[in-house]
Design a protein around this ligand. Structure first.
Ligand SMILES: Cc1cc2nc3c(=O)[nH]c(=O)nc-3n(C[C@H](O)[C@H](O)[C@H](O)COP(=O)(O)O)c2cc1C
Length: 218
């Protein structure tokens, strides 16, 4: 029994420690079964039961494959959204120049996306959108974070690379995308991730020391 617990604990630590943001993927397609297993891990993540009430229709997954018509449509819609964002923030900065330094990095990222496309969306073998029912009080973004983290850890356990594509969340009120997903507009929140075999395995990004960031309260 003790050994079992230790083994589970070691495996858990290994998966958590080796999880990475992967931003360059090999062309090889992972087996469909792996993608289904990753989705199963996402479905097992907690959901805000009190906020969504009796609804059992609180979570959906959409799998897009590289080279298909649907991923090309999605990529175009996301580029369009980024271009709209550029226009919006450029106007805002013109009106209030003092916000420039704060918004400039995000604006530059949107400019890059509107010109070159969303990294990961068309370059990875699979792109998955997760939709979570909006509730009262709103807790769908938190639920989505749990779903995506479960999927990320499962992908790591399967030696697959995973990239969070947070621009997906901005697409939740896009009528064309919601039509493509056959979901009602403004009823679901979205997030998305790219999945495939990693081309390079990056080193871990440094984290603050927990001894310095934790206070045991008296
Ligand atoms: C809320 C949130 C949004 C993120 N959005 C993106 C994204 O759109 N694209 C991306 O490549 N990484 C994204 N990331 C990943 C972070 O950049 C990454 O976790 C961080 O740089 C640390 O690297 P690691 O994941 O390899 O530990 C996001 C992470 C979080 C928590």
């Amino acid at each position: 029994m003790e050994n079992d617990i230790n083994e589970r604990n070691l495996i858990f630590d290994d998966i958590v420690r080796t999880r990475r943001s992967i931003r360059v993927f090999k062309d090889d397609k992972p087996p469909k079964k792996y993608i289904e297993d990753i989705i199963e891990a996402g479905m097992l993540a907690p959901y805000a039961a009190a906020a969504v009430g009796d609804s059992k229709d609180f979570r959906h997954f959409y799998v897009f494959e590289k080279g298909t018509e649907s991923i090309e449509t999605l990529a175009l819609l996301m580029e369009k959204k980024a271009a709209e964002g550029v226009k919006h923030f450029e106007g805002l900065i013109k009106e209030k120049p003092f916000i420039k330094s704060k918004f400039e990095p995000f604006l530059n990222r949107l400019r890059m996306i509107s010109e070159k496309g969303v990294p990961g969306v068309t370059t990875a073998p699979f792109f998955i959108i997760v939709a979570e029912l909006r509730g009262v009080p709103p807790a769908e973004q938190e639920s989505l974070a749990h779903v995506l983290e479960n999927m990320w850890l499962k992908a790591t356990a399967l030696n697959l690379g995973f990239q969070l594509i947070s621009l997906t969340s901005q697409m939740a009120d896009d009528e064309q995308l919601m039509k493509l997903l056959e979901l009602p507009v403004r009823k679901y929140a979205l997030n998305g991730c790219a999945i495939g075999y990693p081309k390079v395995n990056p080193n871990p990004t440094p984290r603050p020391d927990i001894q310095k960031t934790t206070k045991w309260m008296k």
